[in-house]
Design a protein around this ligand. Structure first.
Ligand code: PA5
Length: 424
């Protein structure tokens, strides 16, 4: 399903030398015996997910699709990045279907929040507030404004029907509010952290509201589970990728740039950055995750990749079959001198750009490239790909003895901000 190719990465170490460590880390993930073992519920989630809640999500999504024009996803970090990545990758950036999905609760920008509140005026709105802790300030701030807007616009009773909460099953401020107001609620499992939660109600409800087949998405997740449960580095591309990253860092590459050639996968890069950065970047260790969309960013970052400091490697996701294609037309006058492409598929042009870039970056620029090939941008492929990266980050972090499932460093800015804001 996923083809992983490390032959353009100048790797000097031998994969077999890592097999023993990989077996050990694999056992830690599977037996829940490694660091952060309270948060490895995602490993078995493809088999254990709550089927009753899943059915409820589908039903609720169908109701929302009928009864709203704008669906506001109010969350930050793992509470929105996965849904956004899926919706954009699968539906594209300008989908024709309703409702329109708007992301909020991920910023303190007064301009952005005010503009969203103005934009939704006069449109039928439904809000999905998502927070595992239930106390995240960006989300809580936006939600208070949205709650007041909804109650003013629809009255308290109708507003309560139009607000859905996804949070902890028992604790937290958001859970208390949801219970008191009688909101429909969905659960973030205790043992799945935010950035691993896109395959739970956190991601599934918004994704289903966008009209995407979440059964198909879960089939992709399950296929990845089946394919990636053998620790053998000759059979497991996720673990092979995890090891290749370690080899590249040993060779002095401290930055990884995730590259796609599809604009609608730009948010996928944002999701991946959170997953990898927050999981691995601690104790002075880790690879800095960066992302880019080519060929767009070849006209900005391309220069650095080609000739700048040799700190990075690229991990390139290639999509075999585009969601749509066009044939380039011919033009009698050919004033733009583009007739050499007449009759060619645009996807073929994109692929040739990728091929030429690979050659330029690897052969001329000596930038190591890891290649990941996915068949298409379907819900199935999305499900497969996220689980591939979950397994990879679990493995690659355990290989450097890091707990991938906490984020203690995030607290430092919060502490300072709360002091400045005068929070008791
Ligand atoms: O991965 C994580 O756990 C975090 O990045 C969270 O997703 C993020 O901080 C949002 O937290 P919460 O869902 O508790 O509001």
């Amino acid at each position: 399903m996923i083809r992983f190719d490390e032959t353009h990465a100048f790797l000097k170490e031998d994969f077999d030398a890592y097999q023993e460590a990989v077996n050990r880390c694999h056992a830690m993930l599977m037996n829940k015996s490694g660091k952060g073992n309270d948060y490895v519920g995602w490993v078995e989630w493809p088999n254990t997910y709550d089927k009753e809640e899943f059915a409820r999500i589908k039903k609720r999504a169908a109701w929302i699709r009928e009864n709203c024009d704008v669906f506001l996803v109010c969350g930050i970090g793992g509470s929105y990045l996965g849904a956004r990545a899926a919706i954009e990758m699968i539906n594209g950036l300008y989908p024709s279907q309703k409702p329109e999905i708007i992301f909020i609760g991920n910023t303190f920008s007064s301009t952005y929040i005010a503009q969203v509140l103005r934009y939704i005026e006069g449109k039928r709105a439904v809000v999905n507030v998502i927070s595992k802790s239930g106390t995240t300030t960006e989300t809580a701030l936006a939600f208070r404004l949205l709650k007041q807007y909804m109650e003013k616009t629809y009255g308290k009773e109708e507003a309560a029907k139009r607000i859905v909460a996804t949070t902890d099953h028992a604790k937290g401020t958001l859970k208390q509010i949801a219970d008191r107001e009688g909101y429909d609620t969905y659960t973030i499992p205790d043992d799945i952290g935010g950035r691993f939660s896109v395959m739970t109600a956190v991601g599934l409800l918004p994704i289903a509201v966008a009209g995407i087949d979440i059964d198909e998405l879960m089939t992709g997740v399950q296929a990845a589970y089946a394919d990636l449960s053998d620790p053998d580095l000759h059979h497991n591309p996720a673990y092979r990728y995890a090891v290749a990253r370690r080899m590249l860092q040993n060779a002095g590459k401290d930055v990884e740039m995730l590259v796609t050639y599809e604009l609608q996968m730009t948010s996928f890069g944002e999701w991946w950055k959170q997953l990898f950065g927050e999981s691995e970047g601690k104790e002075g260790k880790g690879i800095l995750p960066h992302s880019a969309t080519f060929s767009t960013d070849l006209h900005s970052l391309g220069q650095f990749v080609q000739e700048g400091k040799k700190v990075l490697f690229e991990t390139v996701i290639n999509v075999s079959k585009p969601s749509e294609d066009l044939i380039f037309p011919s033009d009698e006058e050919n004033m733009d001198q583009m007739n050499y492409l007449s009759g060619k598929n645009l996807h073929w042009v994109n692929q040739m750009a990728a091929k030429g870039t690979l050659e330029a970056h690897v052969e001329t620029g000596k930038v190591p490239n890891l290649l990941i090939e996915i068949p298409d941008m379907s819900a199935h492929s999305f499900g497969y790909l996220i689980y591939f990266f979950f397994r990879a980050i679990g493995m690659t972090s355990y290989l450097i003895d890091v707990n991938p499932f906490n984020q203690p460093g995030v607290e430092v800015y919060k502490k300072n901000m709360f002091r400045l804001l005068g929070k008791q």
